[in-house]
Design a protein around this ligand. Structure first.
Ligand SMILES: Cc1cc2nc3c(=O)[nH]c(=O)nc-3n(C[C@H](O)[C@H](O)[C@H](O)COP(=O)(O)OP(=O)(O)OC[C@H]3O[C@@H](n4cnc5c(N)ncnc54)[C@H](O)[C@@H]3O)c2cc1C
Length: 238
């Protein structure tokens, strides 16, 4: 815990109670807690939160429908109110010291801290699928819970890791009666029966690319089936 004699905390201080690596929602939550508990706290953030993949945050209580920028700005304001510092930059190294403290190597300075919070999030390793990066988080949705309501009843194509596909296909069907699963793999009897009972089409093929058209529709081209699209109700596939 900080005290005036041990941990002078001011701009440029090199000795603090806590350094938080990562200023996404997790790191900022930790900062709010620590700062309110009277701990001198510095957050370093490289500015690459996963949430920036989307235009609007969904299903996060208090922030549903906000842009990621609006949400993080609001939370940063709350954190700053309690005296934490938030700095832009990448922490490149952390070394534990023999006295139990940590040296944290930030771009501009090395800071000694009593504790470290690692809130660095995840980096999505995307498969090498043509066009994927452009539609990621936009026309290509990754989570029915986050996105299903916004595209309810549209045409969905579900693809991905074979072991989760039967479950994912049936899950997506909660938001639309119009779901196809594309896979080269076979389902076990339970998975296949579940998809059959829900009327979900299974296309034996693989997805090889995705792209967005002028009218905003996202297409993919399996090798042999003609074309499918995520589309508003009423339109038909080409
Ligand atoms: C396509 C997509 C859609 C999503 N939609 C939603 C949604 O609608 N609603 C919802 O609630 N969630 C959604 N999520 C999930 C949400 O993005 C994550 O749950 C959330 O971002 C996790 O917060 P975090 O703080 O753990 O990590 P992040 O938000 O990823 O933040 C981690 C931060 O740490 C920084 N960092 C990493 N390493 C260092 C370092 N060495 N030094 C300094 N900084 C560093 C990164 O740059 C980043 O800014 C979605 C995710 C994706 C991919």
């Amino acid at each position: 815990m900080s005290s005036d004699s041990e941990t002078p905390f001011c701009e440029g201080s090199k000795f603090v109670d806590s350094v938080i690596v990562g200023g996404g929602i997790a790191g900022l939550s930790a900062a709010l807690f620590l700062a309110r508990a009277g701990r001198s706290t510095i957050v370093y953030d490289a500015g690459r939160s996963r949430i920036f993949a989307v235009e609007r945050v969904r299903e996060f209580v208090g922030f549903d429908g906000w842009t990621p920028d609006e949400m993080l700005t609001k939370v940063r304001e709350e954190v700053l109110r309690y005296g934490a510092q938030i700095r832009s930059g990448i922490v490149t190294k952390i070394e534990s010291r023999s006295d139990g403290l940590f040296d944290v190597f930030a771009p501009d300075v090395t800071i000694t801290a009593r504790s470290i919070v690692l809130a660095t999030g995840l980096i999505d390793e995307l498969p090498p699928l043509k066009g994927l990066r452009k539609v990621w988080g936009r026309d290509l949705r990754i989570c029915p819970c986050f996105d299903g309501n916004e595209v309810r009843n549209q045409r969905f194509v579900v693809f991905g890791l074979p072991e989760r596909l039967a479950h994912l296909g049936s899950w997506v069907s909660m938001w639309s009666p119009n779901v196809s699963v594309v896979t080269k793999h076979s389902f076990d009897a339970t998975g296949a029966e579940r998809l059959r009972l829900l009327g979900i089409e299974v296309v034996r093929d693989e997805v090889t690319g995705l792209f967005t058209r002028m009218n905003g529709l996202s297409l993919f081209r399996p090798k042999t089936v003609p074309r499918y699209r995520v589309m508003p109700p009423g339109l038909r596939p080409d």
